[in-house]
Ligand binder design. Structure first.
Ligand code: ADP
Ligand code: MG
Length: 232
């Protein structure tokens, strides 16, 4: 469902050279992949290349049936609907309630009927366990709750692939474990997951596969267990 084919990525202002260098790998449906690496290794860049927030300097990224070389501008929203993204800093809209944050994504993509929106938003917020807080604003939620809201929003279009950037990075250990368990539930229910993280402990517990980046290069690709046999 995702293939990186000899991808190189250089940011124009990045002095150290390649942010990613000759990266090739594929993601199969049903995997729960941890993308590991120290800060600056290139994890976020990989996620941004999948959603085409950034374009590769060389090589091709294939995702959700689209190719980075041939995709048209008009197709990018379709790509993003099929690859849900949870950003490290949540990116919730500050002056909208949690309900409105999620509903906004549906409206943006053309769903306008109130009852349809209400039902769909209720379903995802129940799924992530914060339906009771739907009328609060982001600043009225804890870090874990904000993360749940961001996951709910990413799932509103029922994407087959969910990308999460350091989902436990800003949380204490217990809350981080709750969030990982939530993601694991969605994985068991059929969503393919790519989790950028530097938490090896969570990776060993939850991942079906670990990809490790070092200074923009893939240095390890480790299959831990077949899909569907996670030990939670
Ligand atoms: N917008 C940007 N402009 C210039 N350099 C960037 C930008 N984003 C990331 N980089 C650089 O690219 C490298 C990889 O960054 P990133 O993908 O954010 O790593 P990670 O998510 O693993 O911490 C780093 O050296 C970082 O400084
Ligand atoms: Mg990052």
């Amino acid at each position: 469902m995702v293939t990186f084919d000899h991808v190189y990525m250089a940011y124009p202002t990045h002095a150290e050279g390649w942010a990613l260098e000759d990266l090739s790998f594929s993601i199969q449906p049903g995997e729960m992949i941890f993308l590991l690496g120290e800060s600056g290794a290139g994890k976020t860049t990989v996620l941004k290349l999948i959603t085409l927030e950034e374009r590769p300097s060389h090589g091709e990224v294939h995702a959700a049936g689209f190719c980075s070389e041939t995709i048209s501008r008009g197709e990018i929203p379709h790509l993003r609907r099929r690859c849900g993204m949870v950003f490290q800093d949540f990116r919730l809209i500050k002056d909208k309630t949690i309900f409105e944050n999620v509903a906004y994504c549906l409206r943006m993509t053309g769903t306008l009927e109130r009852s349809v929106i209400t039902r769909a938003v209720a379903r995802v917020l129940q799924g992530v366990g914060i339906y009771g807080k739907r009328n609060r604003f982001p600043h009225e939620l804890s870090g874990g709750e904000k993360q749940r809201a961001a996951i709910g929003r990413a799932l509103i279009h029922e994407p087959p692939l969910l990308l999460t950037d350091e989902p436990t990075g800003n949380l204490d250990k217990a809350t981080g474990l709750e969030i990982m368990s939530l993601l694991a539930r969605f994985h068991l229910a059929g969503t393919t997951l790519l989790v950028a993280s530097h938490n090896v402990e969570f990776a060993q517990r939850f991942a079906t596969r670990m990809l490790t980046l070092r200074a923009g290069k893939l240095v390890e690709d480790l299959f831990l267990r077949p899909h569907g046999t996670e030990v939670y």
